[in-house]
Design a protein around this ligand. Structure first.
Ligand SMILES: Nc1ncnc2c1ncn2[C@@H]1O[C@H](COP(=O)(O)OP(=O)(O)O)[C@@H](O)[C@H]1O
Ligand SMILES: [Mg+2]
Length: 346
């Protein structure tokens, strides 16, 4: 466990205040908690907070990523096995339920459990008892279960991949960790916190964002949530400690490939095609009505080509400046231009 796992749960926005209140309300109850939220939004952190702010905090907190364990081993890891229970079971194993004792067992990515394990887990939650593989003796479980998922578990239930009875048992309490894009000023608070932290670790002065870069930061949607924000700050610290970062330098670090439509919409005024995305949609619709066989890849290539040509024209062929205009780095621009040459040759 790195320091990451013990960091504070930061954020002053209303959704984060609500989250803290929920954690305080749920921490001492014996019932299961289901934590839902996008990847990188802080589900692990919330699970640890629930444990550490409870009366169980003196007991173990065990975390098991259900997506990462080989299905053949999962049952033994959770419930343990007796000596000689199966080939290779030379010793007994107590399993996570036993080891968690009166503590907390955190089942991360619980949506990935196989149907057989879902049934076994339901049994423990309903009866408070389980058996080691190869034993008949019933053992009592005292651990509190916290489960997390970045899937929509209700949808998994509707589509028959997750048992509804288990879903109800796990979600006596449920917490929805908000995505970073809904946390307003918290992205600035997190920026200030992490840039000082990582600069201190590196023995350097923090970087700063210039005005445009700061605006970009506040407008960006962070599809990878706090995890992405942190990683961007780690990279910016490594490259620009003690310096002022420009918008182009910041853009080069953002995960633009995964940027959602909200992001496009918030920058729609910058698009030359029309006033907003609706206008673009209108244009696309007309195009599709007239041409019944369009090729999306060709359309995108044509747009890319048009932007590259325009940027090269405007900068009189200066690739570094053109790349800056386009918000990509120079090597990216260069490889796009090479690709375009090859399309033209097709
Ligand atoms: N509100 C927050 N304040 C501080 N750090 C956070 C916050 N939310 C998430 N993090 C950090 O972001 C990273 C990803 O969080 P994590 O809990 O692993 O997300 P998830 O389990 O939802 O994918 C971790 O390093 C975590 O400490
Ligand atoms: Mg996680």
């Amino acid at each position: 466990m790195g320091h990451d796992d013990h960091g504070d749960l930061l954020g002053a926005s209303l959704p984060m205040q609500t989250l803290r209140i929920q954690i305080a309300q749920f921490s001492n109850a014996p019932f299961s908690v289901l934590i839902e939220g996008e990847s990188g939004s802080g589900k692990d952190l919330v699970a640890r907070y629930l444990h550490h702010s409870s009366q169980r905090s003196a007991f173990p907190f065990l975390s098991l990523n259900c997506a990462a364990i080989p299905p053949g081993l999962a049952e033994s890891i959770l419930f343990g096995h007796g000596k000689g229970a199966f080939t290779g079971a030379v010793n007994t194993r107590s399993g996570y339920f036993a080891e968690a004792g009166h503590g907390t067992l955190f089942l991360d990515e619980v949506g990935e459990l196989t149907p057989a394990l879902q049934a076994k887990l339901l049994h423990v939650l309903e009866n408070g008892e389980y058996q080691r593989i190869g034993e008949t003796q019933a053992r009592r479980s005292h651990a509190r279960i916290i489960a997390a998922t970045n899937r929509d578990l209700r949808k998994e239930v509707r589509e028959g991949r997750f048992r509804i009875d288990l879903y109800h048992r796990l979600s006596v309490f449920s917490i929805l960790v908000p995505p970073l894009r809904d946390l307003g000023q918290d992205r600035n608070l997190l920026l200030q916190h992490f840039k000082v932290l990582y600069a201190k670790e590196a023995g350097q002065r923090p970087f700063d964002l210039d005005e445009q870069a700061n605006q970009r930061w506040m407008d960006y949607c962070f599809p990878g949530n706090v995890r992405e924000l942190r990683n961007i700050i780690i990279r910016l610290t490594a490259k620009y400690a003690g310096q002022t970062v420009t918008e182009a330098q910041l853009n080069a670090e953002l995960d633009l490939m995964h940027t959602g439509m909200e992001e496009v919409a918030s920058h729609a005024m910058d698009l030359p095609v029309g006033a907003n995305v609706k206008t673009m949609t209108g244009l696309a619709r007309k195009h599709l009505q007239v041409h019944t066989h369009v090729n999306l890849n060709q359309i995108l290539k044509a747009w890319e080509s048009a932007y590259v040509d325009a940027a090269m024209n405007m900068t009189h062929g200066n690739q570094t400046q053109a790349a800056r205009l386009l918000g990509v780095n120079r090597t990216t621009l260069y490889s796009r231009m090479q690709l375009q040459q090859s399309y033209k040759g097709e």
